[in-house]
Design a protein around this ligand. Structure first.
Ligand SMILES: Nc1ncnc2c1ncn2[C@@H]1O[C@H](COP(=O)(O)OP(=O)(O)OP(=O)(O)O)[C@@H](O)[C@H]1O
Length: 642
């Protein structure tokens, strides 16, 4: 059943194999943490310097076209319209020049925008891919520490914040280029009028900056409240059954309504800020225009400038206020991007605790002998989860672990493929310390099936072939048969091509477990760990799986964590764990007759499991007791809303 190298068969639909994903273009960020965030992003930026230069050139052409247009318009008014009626043919020449400038400007603006945004989105892609790649190298202890929501936020909104600065930043810099060019032409026309025209711009800048300063924290608040609502909705959808079972619908609506009120309050704050500053900014420019008209009018009457020059100044004024109004936004975007980059770098700077050591070697052939030598382990705290565990499982043997909940069974299962490293002692595979082997080689030899298997939103076939993407359809079907899954899969409307919902929740717990077993069976590892992997499967089906597994286990080292007597009977030897220590070992029958703690543990385990499950259900539904009540949006308690 070992996987062949053939291409995926015709059953293949969506393949979760990440090897198909194109690699990021850029090498990564600068590892020197003493550098600023933009400097650290240089290797990423450098990878796009071609597009950047092209975007910059196109933007320069756009700016020149934008500045030249009013200048020629003014000249046209002053020269062509003022000319005697017989000599007005020159107007047509001006019109053609204006058309040419417009065409060049439009084409250049297209390329400027297209290339700038292309660069920004490519950088976003690079950053996101780097982040994802790095996350996939991090150890289990990192994921124990960091909340999933936080990581999703880093991969989404933080990457987006950096991207926005990179998209807007160059555009705004180019707009400032336009400002200096226009300023030069204005000064050559009339210095006094230039000063009058520029008077309103500092006010535009100050108003813009004040507006952004007010908006910045409130828009963060809106974002976080949106995320809060998303979490509540997600929990209500995922835990819909629990809500119904405990009749907590009204309470949940209350929780959601409260969160929605808080979002509405924050959104209205944002609206108020926009409503206050937006019109103010627009009208300051109007005042500037009036001043230009007044002073410019006197200058025309004095004969110092032509009426066309007033048109030039008025057009420049409207054009120039945009970068000033946006400068505040740029500053805020820069602040936000710096904070976001810091959070992204925090993940990228995280070194995997579990990684290949220098000199780590591959173990090409594995017999399957597993040994735990005086193993001590804790999950980062003082509380020892395993304490002095010594155990040797000869190649080809089947050992079952039994013990009360929390006695350390799953922890042993996690130490063998090195999800965590021991604090003292060693875990050995064929006599080699697992820390001396490459992770890739180690994990190729150890297949693990957990109680709560994770399935991808892909077809059943692809889920089974996840560890061996090149497996043939026959191999997939054979693995499904061993796992007792073939029957129910063929009864589904689309059989093996059925796409399972998120995390495989469209299947029952037992069906998911069987697919997970098939997935591991297909990899055909010399060491198989089944951590309560059949707990959700009915006794008859489990019996059939055992028959299949019995054949499969032949000559294979198998470690089973189980509570059911039927599962334990598969084992050559049973290990009884108590508080992270081995309390007794022997065959199932031996322990049953000679070890009272064993019989007690079996009964105890089942009772405790039941109590723990009920406790978990209760914990999940304990939410603040907030009843839904109609709200008066005009009389909200400000302190509560903050
Ligand atoms: N990721 C973790 N971080 C911190 N503590 C953990 C973690 N996983 C398990 N523990 C703790 O380690 C101890 C042993 O857990 P383990 O899952 O190995 O027990 P178990 O015997 O498999 O229990 P069960 O039968 O309930 O699955 C428990 O006290 C548990 O709370």
């Amino acid at each position: 059943m070992r996987a062949g190298q053939a291409e995926p068969g015709p059953l293949a639909t969506t393949n979760p194999d990440e090897r198909r994903r194109p690699p990021p273009r850029a090498p990564g960020i600068d590892p020197d943490q003493s550098k600023g965030w933009i400097k650290r992003a240089f290797p990423l930026l450098k990878a796009h310097r071609g597009v950047f230069m092209a975007a910059f050139a196109a933007s320069l052409v756009t700016v020149v076209a934008m500045v030249l247009f009013p200048l020629w318009l003014g000249t046209a008014i002053d020269e062509a319209l003022a000319a005697p009626s017989g000599q007005r043919d020159s107007l047509a020449r001006f019109v053609w020049i204006l058309v040419a400038i417009t065409v060049v400007g439009v084409v250049a603006a297209y390329f400027s925008r297209y290339l700038t945004l292309r660069m920004a989105y490519s950088l976003e892609f690079d950053l996101r891919t780097l982040l994802y790649r790095h996350l996939s190298t991090l150890s289990a202890s990192f994921f124990d520490r960091v909340r999933t929501g936080e990581l999703v936020s880093r991969a989404n909104s933080d990457v987006r914040a950096v991207q926005m600065l990179l998209a807007f930043g160059p555009m705004l810099i180019v707009q400032f280029g336009m400002f200096f060019l226009a300023l030069y032409f204005m000064l050559t026309i009339d210095v006094g009028l230039t000063l009058v025209a520029l008077l309103s711009l500092p006010a535009v800048f100050v108003i813009g900056l004040t507006m952004r300063k007010h908006m910045f924290p409130v828009s963060w608040l809106v974002q976080s409240r949106l995320a809060e609502i998303a979490t509540i909705v997600d929990e209500n959808v995922s835990g819909a059954q629990v809500v119904r079972v405990f009749g907590a619908e009204r309470r949940q609506i209350g929780v959601l309504a409260r969160a929605a009120q808080r979002l509405r309050w924050a959104s209205m704050r944002l609206v108020r800020i926009r409503a206050t500053f937006g019109p103010l900014m627009q009208n300051v420019v109007r005042v500037g225009e009036a001043a230009v008209l007044l002073y410019g009018g006197f200058r025309v009457l004095d004969g110092a400038i032509g009426p066309g020059d007033i048109i030039v100044f008025l057009t420049y004024l409207v054009m120039l206020q945009a970068p000033f109004a946006m400068l505040g936004l740029l500053m805020m975007l820069a602040q936000r991007a710096a904070a976001s980059a810091h959070r992204i770098y925090e993940v990228l700077d995280e070194r995997p605790e579990i990684a290949d050591r220098p000199g780590a070697f591959d173990l090409p052939v594995c017999r399957g002998e597993v040994e735990l030598r005086d193993v001590r382990f804790s999950f980062g705290s003082d509380q020892r989860v395993l304490d002095g565990v010594t155990l040797r499982v000869p190649a080809g043997h089947t050992v079952a672990f039994v013990g009360a909940t929390g006695s350390g069974k799953t922890t042993i299962a996690q130490l063998i493929p090195r999800f965590y490293d021991v604090d003292r002692g060693a875990v050995l595979l064929d006599g080699h310390d697992v820390r001396d082997l490459t992770l890739r080689s180690l994990r190729q030899h150890v297949g693990v099936c957990f109680e709560e298997p994770f399935l991808f939103s892909a077809s059943i076939r692809d889920n089974i072939a996840y560890g061996t993407p090149g497996a043939s359809d026959d191999d997939v079907v054979a693995a499904a048969k061993v796992a007792g899954a073939h029957e129910f899969i063929t009864q589904l409307a689309f059989g093996y091509t059925t796409v399972v919902g998120e995390r495989g929740y469209t299947l029952s717990g037992g069906q998911r477990q069987r697919i997970a077993i098939a997935r591991t069976v297909l990899v055909n590892p010399p060491i198989l760990i089944l951590d309560d992997a059949t707990s959700a499967i009915d006794v008859q089906t489990e019996q059939r799986i055992h028959d299949g597994l019995r054949q499969l286990m032949h000559g294979r080292t198998t470690l089973i964590v189980a509570h059911r007597l039927s599962t334990l009977s598969l084992a050559d030897r049973v290990v009884l764990l108590e508080g992270g220590r081995i309390a007794a070992t022997g065959t199932h029958q031996e322990l049953l007759t000679t070890e009272p703690r064993y019989a007690a543990a079996l009964a105890h385990v089942t009772d405790e499991e039941r109590i723990r499950a009920a406790q978990l259900e209760r914990e999940r539904t304990v939410t603040p007791d907030v009843e839904w009540r109609p709200i008066d949006p005009d009389h909200l308690d400000e302190e509560e809303m903050l």
